[in-house]
Structure formats: structure tokens, C-alpha cells
Write a protein of this length. Sequence first.
Length: 403
Amino acid sequence: MATTSTRRGLGAPFRLLFLASTGSNLGDGVLLAAIPLLARRLSDDALAVSSVTVAATLPWLLFGLAAGAIVDRVDRSRLMVHADALRTVGLALFALFIATSGATLPLIIAMVFVLGAAETLCDTAAQAVLPSLVDTDQLERANGRLFGAQIATNGFIGPPLGAMLFAAGTVLPFGFDAATFALSAILLARLPSRRHGVPPAARETTLLKEVVEGLAWLWHHRGIRAFAVGAAVVNLAHMGAMAVIVLLVRDELGADELAFGLVLAGAAAGSIIGSQLASDAVHRLGRQNAVLASIATFSLALLGVGLAPNTIAAALGLAAFGLAGEVWNVVAVSYRQAIIPDVLLGRVMATYRVIAYGAMPIGAAVGGLTAKVLGVRATFVVGAVAVAALFIYFVAHPPAESS
């Protein structure tokens, strides 16, 4: 338990984490629009464009479990500083290269892969460090502020800003993001230093065994396994769509770069609304019905985006997807927290995240291939069908009722 006084709110250490997180998430939101726009400028090939999304999400599949182990064995605040410093240097060099020599797809792929690898460490450490910064009874309040700011900056403010900066000058969004990570590193360096995790003598002999134990527990629990597989299916469909969304908006709908940023902001707007409605939806519908409603909305939203006649319809479809995502997250996270034994919570949660996030690069690759063979809009239709199959499975095997 942290020693921060509740009489002084969440305390100065939390404010540092909040400001650092908000700034870096704003930068991430800027890149969310700028990177696919840059890739699309260099190539209109669906596989080439989607390869950037594959590279950005692949580190979660490759390094997710290792990142969790590292976070439990080092000073978490210092680890975040080093990760943000790495991202600052990488983005600054990338911006310099664009300004002097121009960008290439291989360079973009390498850059986003490095950023993704650093993100696995920084995001995992940020979630783990929070309980040492605020009192236990303030965790829900603190998480609410962090998640709310993340949705607002990463999805709502960042993409339109990124599109505007990109339109003004190709190098600008990347220089801006480098500055946000530099500021984040400076703020995080002021956090109290504290080492966490198991004693050094126990590290080398127990890590692999503990990871395997967490994986085995997840796979043998029907409810948790179903939610993990469900998250993977949703992420497969979602990332397949997002890998080629720039081609849908720019080529199929004929919209400009600013409109692309506004379409991306639709998902964030839906998430903000969903975050306000999720608890009430679970209370009114029940856990299982809330899950089914979110899956049905996922499927219909993807279909709606794929068939959208204009950018407004596409933005509304993404908004519906974002709203459903928040309902799903409330149910799935609360279910895991209630079911998983405390002694296994960290390992099982990390394993769950690897399964869910590991599907993202696969989905991006499949989305690019589908767009190349069947057309951009077909990618969204295929994703909608996959999620519809998940709905049928959850009706027949209700995981939210498992214990």
C-alpha cells in the first residue's frame, strides 16, 4: 500500500505519472494518424501499408511475457524513463531522416517495431507501478483518470492533430511525438525509485516455471480461456480493419488527410461514451447479456464501416465499435479480477494480454492480404463474419457464467 495521503488527493507522484502518461498518449494518438498517412504516401499496395501495422503490434506477441517478467524484477519507474528515452531518440532520428533524406517503408517498419517494443515495457510498468503511488482505496479513481485521459488524447485529440501536422509538414508529427516522450521521461525521472519483484536468488530458477503455471491455469479455466480467445478474435478483426482503414478513407471514400484523422477520432468518441455507460449496461443487462450485446455491436459496426458510403458513416461505425469495446473491457477485466487467484493474477493477466495482443499483427497481416485479393471493403466484411461466429460460440458456451 502506498503512503500517499488521501487528504491531499492522489498525490504528487500520481500527478507526475498522469502528466507523463497523458503527454505520451497524445503523441501516440498523433502517430496513429501520421504513420498510416506516410505509408499510404509511399505506397498504395494493401500488403505494404498493412505491414506497418503488423510491425507496430508484433512486439506484444514476441515480448509480452518477457516484458512482464522484466517489470517484476527492476525499478519500474526507471524502466519507464529508459523506455521513453529510447522512443525519444528513435523518433528524433526518424524525423531527422525524413527531413534530410526522405522516408522509406522499411525505415517506417523498423521505427514502429522499436516503438512497439518499448511500449510493451512502458505500458506494463505503468500498470504495475500505480499501486505504489496511491493508496489502495484510490486505485479505481486513479485508473479512471488515467484511462479517461488515454482515450481522450490517444484516440480523440491525437489523430486529428496528427493529420493536421502531417498536412502542414511531413516531419512535424514525428518531431512532436519525440518531444512528448522526452517530456514524459523527464516527469517520470522524478518518481520515487523502488525495486519490485522476487528476490535475486529466486529469479533464475522459478521464472519459466511460473510463466508456464500461469499459462496452464488460464487454458484450463473455461471462462477465462473463452474470454482470451474472444479477445483474440475481436482483435484479429479489428486490426485487420485498422490496417487498411487509411485505404478505405483515402481511396474508397476520397477523403483528405484531415478527414482521416476525424474518422479515427470516431472510435475514441465511442469509447468515451462507452466508458460512461458500461457499468450501467452490465447492471441492467447482466454480465452475459452485456457480453453478447458488445459482440453483436462489434460485428455490425465492422460491417457498417466496410459498407460506409461516406466518412460520416465510417466514423459512426468506428464510434459504435469503440462503445462496444468499453462494455467488453468492463466485463472481461472485472471477471478476471474476480476469478483469478491473487497469487496467479499477474502471470495469468500477462498471458491473457499476450493472447489478445498477439492476435493484432496476425490480424493486420490477414487484413492486408484480404484487401489485396478481395478488395479493401471485403476486409471489414470478413472481420464482421468472424466476430459473428464468436457471438454464436458465446451463446452456446456462456463464459461469463463460468466460475
